[in-house]
Design a protein around this ligand. Sequence first.
Ligand SMILES: Cc1ncc(COP(=O)(O)O)c(C=O)c1O
Length: 348
Amino acid sequence: MQPSFGSEEACAAYNYILSGGFLTEHKYTRQLESELAEFTGAKYCFMVSNGTLAISAALLAVGISKEDRVLVPTYTMIATANAVKLIGAVPVFADVDQRTNTLSVETIRSKINDVDAVIHVSLNNRCHDMNAIVETCKDAGKPIIEDAAQSLGSTWCGKALGTFADVGIFSFSSPKIISMGQGGCVVTDNDEIALRLRRIKDFGRDRPGTEEYSAFGLNFKFTDLQAVIGLEQLKKLPGRVRALSDMWDLYYKHLAKYMIPKADKGWIPWFIEIFVLNRDELAVQLRAAGIGVREVYPPVHIQKCYNESSLALPNATRVHQTGLWLPSWSSLSKNQIEAICSCVNLLM
Ligand SMILES: Cc1ncc(COP(=O)(O)O)c(C=O)c1O
């Protein structure tokens, strides 16, 4: 996915610099938070430095601390687990299910008594029954965080992904539907969690402008220079949602037998992926034909920094061995997509 910035973002950044702003977060960050809250339907939104720190901040805000155990899917971007590790808590890896490549309600139910919190990752914007997942955690008295880093603009049953759990996070790094280079946000409807988040991202400061700190916090702050770019990107979001939806429809028309069907009408892809048994060979041939593809994430638990290869999590292994991301930027033309599909079909 290529980030796309135009003259609107360029002018916004130029005008902001000339206006004498301090660059650090201030009124444009507040405006962006308020527009993101409105877009997602969340009561509160807090901009932070990136999506990884958004997860750490969310974990701290729901009371997770050193040595607490946090359930995470092993098929995710490694940031999900690293954000747990950063605060001294322990990621507990679980397998994903075969239909959505995400945590199922059954998996969460079977592990919930072994952990202190759950991170649900809506990878490529998919999920199971989010209401049942949230209910399972609530019944067990365990907080749930939605890592919706990839999911801005996607809904499940008409509600924005990222807004079902106690806290949700989004990322704005370069390959996301809207980007500010780096950046992330945390959303919640919970007043107490919101108060904690406000403090956590500002060194634990009790109130802006004071030097009193009753809680631990760090500097997770954003910058107004990025916020002015974000405000322009946000205006383009509805158009990008439509473009991604149309792009997926066209890919699906030609490659349906290798793709997961759309499960909800509010779903849009983050990346277009196909699942094929000869993935490695196909990737080599597509690259030779000048088509940029990428193997999907490997399971996190087998990475050397976690070294839990003895865990049997076969679905994530299968996803990793068969999954391939195809070119997915929203500005791809119909002809380009059709050429990519012809090439895939020819090589299969
Ligand atoms: C699922 C998931 N979680 C977390 C992150 C981390 O976000 P960031 O790169 O903004 O730190 C990403 C980034 O792509 C992601 O895809």
